[in-house]
Structures are given as structure tokens and as C-alpha cells.
Unconditional design. Structure first.
Length: 446
């Protein structure tokens, strides 16, 4: 918390109904921002201090907690709400005149942009505090990218030799992003939907159980998801090695389906990837034979289901999954006749009757993963991926990204970082007050 030292002649704590201020107090009490405050105060030095650093910072956090879409909306609330002004640390004797001007807030945000590394340190410190308070924090992670539109409209192409406009509201960092969704309806009819936006893409890694952010990165909308997420896991391993070492599973949708991403998670970080798969096979190709094993009557499909073909009748049965062998990097499968007590007429000609087989992951890195795609465990884990969609929804609705007035990559990244810091500090405060059931709520009071 940005600690304020001043004499108070009236305290909001004297009021019987604390209202929403409890939530802001919870955030301020658990925000590890002292290093940032001291740095900003040192930079200001001995100049004018009409708008002290700490109250202005606290009021910016209040704007996120109370879902103000703009600085002007926040200023109006501060001017009418004496309790809020005092909680933020503004001098109560000055009344509404203590509220900084719009230009003062603009200058303060410009100063914050120069200290983006310290804002990221606040985020990392909150993640580490949650890891200490929640022993299983980070055990199951999920990741996704979220479209965030710029406040500016998509810019037109400039003519050759045309000078850029000096307008500070101009958007030079954003670009167009496109994302397609495909599926098959209940009636078997294929469908496709395409979404395009002008702005940025927020890349998130979250804890799938607690639905809290662990790492984030903001990039232009056209930036591919896969290279960014691979780098994010590398950075996470450097900044929070114990968190990555304790992670068992990482879930992502089929937009992250690639051999490179799967190898990065499993081979580099020993995290079992749970990533949906695209059908990259030729039209009409339903199954393939194993290349690494000389077994003619075993095939598999693009989703990793392994089949046994009876040498006599040609009957096809699903082989029984026997688990993952970590020391060998193989998936083990059993003869279905033996495992399920089935009658098979080709037992005397089947090389697998009464036996097991091991399929190495290198057979096809995308299809054969450390958690077999055909197993119930894979499906159960993949369902937890929806946690990241709920976090994305809260970011959009509760944290003001549904409608905003932000332009520029640095400003957007700062705003995303502050919002995620508020989310984590709120959760940390709830946990420390034995209200873990409310850790994901920005709007509910204790």
C-alpha cells in the first residue's frame, strides 16, 4: 500500500456503513507498491507537490476497483465523495479542491509509463505472495489470448511522402487481428465465424483452479499466439522457477496446437500439455499405421485413439490405455480382448494378444502427448481450460476493457498490468482475511 502520513480530523472509519470502500482498502493494504512510490517521489525531488504521488496512485487504483471508464469519471467521483478522497490520502482540509486536474493525471501516467518495469515487479511480487499463501497455486495452468480493441478506429494507409499527424491521439502501435472459429452443428452442418478487431492481444497464463493470472504479455493484434506463449513460459521459468516446477498441466485451445509448443511445455519444462488438436490430415484419411513399431494390425486416428484390427474378421476395437511411462516417454496400451474379456477369433495370428505395446511420443508429437488424448483424464483436464475464458470475461466487463479510451501499446500494457495487479491484490486480501470463497470477486464486499 502507498502509505499516507497525514493528520485526519475526520475519518471514514467513523461511518457505520463503509460500503464499497472496504474493497478499495483491501486492495491498498495488499499492494506491494512501496518501491514504486519511493522511486516516483525521488524523481519528483523538491519540486512542487500540489498533487502528492501516493494519493494520486491510490486514486488510480480506486478508478479500477470502482470500474470508472475514464479519468474524468474518476475525478467526478473524487470531487463528490469525501470518504473516497480521504481513503486515497488527499488532504481532507482542502475538500474537493484536493482532486488533481486532468492534466495532472496525464503527467502522472506519463511518469508511470517510464516505470513499467516496477509495475511488472509489483505483479510478480503478488504472484509470489499467492504462491506462498496457496501451496497448490500454479499446479494447473491455462493460457489464451484476448482481443482488446484500441480506442482509435483502424487507421487508413498513408500515402507515400505523407507526413504523420502530430495529434497525440493518433494510434501508431495497434493493427488488425483476425481469429476464426470453426465447428460442426448438431445437424452435422459445418460452420465458421471470423472475428476481426483493431488493437492489441492480451496473452494470459492463469491458475486454472483459482482463476487468477500468473503471467501476461500485450502485443499487437496480429502477433501470433504460439511464439508469445512459448516465450512466456520460458520467462516464467526464469522469474518463478518454483511455480513452473510445481506445474503439472497446462491447458490451451487448438489455436496453440503445434509440435513446437507441445515440446516446449513437456521437454523443456516437464509440464504436461493439454492442447486441443486440429485435423491436419488429408481429406478422407481416417487412420494411420504406426511407423516406429512393426505392427501391422494397429492404427490410430488424428485424436490419438489407438485401434486393434482383428487379423481374421477385420473387426476394429479400441485398445485399452495403460498409462504414461515417464521414464520411457511412451504411452502404454493393452490388448482389448485380454483387458475387457472379449472373444477374438484372430488371437492365434495377432502379435498383441495377451500383450501390451508402447507407443513413443516421438511417433507424432502433436497426437501422442504425456496425457493420452483418448483418455478420460485428458477430457477432464481440458474442461478446466474454460477458467481462462472466465478471467477474460472479468477483464473485459469488471475491469473496464469493454469500453475504454486507451490508445498506444505502452499505455494499454500499463492499464492491463494495473488491472491484473488489482485482481491479484484483491484475491490476496481475501485469502488473508479467510474469505477465499470471494477471492475472484471484484464487486462483492466481505
Amino acid at each position: 500500500m502507498a502509505i499516507i502520513h497525514q493528520q485526519c480530523f475526520f475519518s471514514w472509519k467513523d461511518c457505520e456503513d463503509l460500503g464499497d470502500l472496504e474493497r478499495l482498502q483491501l486492495v491498498l493494504d495488499n499492494m506491494p507498491d512501496e518501491k514504486l512510490m519511493q522511486t516516483l517521489e525521488t524523481i519528483r525531488g523538491y519540486g512542487r507537490d500540489d498533487n502528492p504521488v501516493r494519493p494520486v496512485w491510490n486514486s488510480l487504483l480506486a478508478g479500477i476497483v470502482f470500474e470508472h471508464k475514464s479519468i474524468e469519471g474518476l475525478r467526478r467521483e473524487l470531487q463528490r465523495n469525501a470518504q473516497l478522497r480521504e481513503l486515497c490520502g488527499f488532504n481532507p482540509l482542502l475538500g474537493s479542491s484536493a482532486v488533481p486536474s486532468s492534466s495532472s493525471y496525464s503527467r502522472f501516467q506519463e511518469a508511470l509509463l517510464e516505470q513499467d518495469v516496477l509495475v511488472e515487479e509489483i505483479f510478480d511480487s503478488l504472484v509470489e505472495n499467492l504462491r506462498n499463501d496457496l501451496p497448490d497455486f500454479g499446479k494447473e495452468m491455462a493460457f489464451d489470448g484476448k482481443a482488446i480493441s484500441s480506442a482509435a478506429k483502424g487507421r487508413r494507409k498513408e500515402k507515400q511522402g505523407e507526413e504523420k499527424s502530430p495529434d497525440r491521439r493518433r494510434e501508431d502501435d495497434a493493427n488488425w487481428g483476425v481469429k476464426s472459429y470453426k465447428g460442426v452443428g448438431k445437424d452435422g452442418t459445418p460452420w465458421e465465424k471470423t472475428k476481426s478487431w483493431f488493437g492489441f492481444r492480451l496473452h494470459l497464463i492463469i491458475d486454472a483452479q483459482y482463476e487468477l493470472p500468473i503471467a501476461f504479455e500485450l502485443a499487437k493484434a496480429s502477433t501470433g499466439e504460439q511464439p508469445v506463449i512459448r516465450q512466456m513460459f520460458d520467462d516464467l521459468a526464469n522469474e518463478h522457477p518454483e511455480l513452473v516446477e510445481g506445474c503439472e498441466y497446462a491447458m490451451g485451445d487448438k489455436g496453440y496446437d503445434s509440435a513446437a509448443t507441445i515440446k516446449k511445455l513437456w521437454e523443456d519444462h516437464k509440464i504436461k500439455p493439454i492442447i486441443d488438436i486440429k485435423n491436419m490430415w488429408k481429406d478422407g484419411e481416417e487412420t494411420r499405421m504406426l511407423e516406429t513399431l512393426d505392427i501391422r494390425n494397429v492404427t490410430f486416428d488424428y485424436k490419438g485413439t489407438v485401434f486393434c484390427h482383428c487379423p481374421i474378421t477385420g473387426e476394429i476395437r479400441n485398445m485399452a490405455f495403460g498409462g504414461f511411462e515417464k521414464d520411457r516417454d511412451t504411452l502404454r496400451y493393452h490388448c482389448p480382448a485380454k483387458q475387457y474379456g472379449l472373444e477374438c477369433k484372430g488371437t492365434h495370428r495377432c502379435p498383441l494378444f495377451n500383450k501390451s505395446m508402447r507407443i513413443p511420443l516421438k511417433e507424432d508429437t502433436r497426437i501422442f502427448t504425456a496425457v493420452a488424448r483418448s483418455s478420460y483424464k485428458w477430457k477432464k483436464l481440458y474442461n478446466k481450460r474454460s477458467a481462462v475464458e472466465r478471467v477474460n470475461s472479468r477483464i473485459e466487463v469488471s475491469f473496464g476493457f469493454e469500453k475504454h479510451y486507451i490508445r498506444g501499446l505502452k499505455k494499454m500494457k500499463l492499464r492491463c498490468g494495473l488491472a491484473l495487479c488489482v485482481m491479484l491484490s484483491m484475491a490476496l486480501g481475501r485469502i488473508r482475511q479467510d474469505q477465499a470463497d470471494l477471492m475472484r470477486s471484484l464487486v462483492k464486499m466481505a
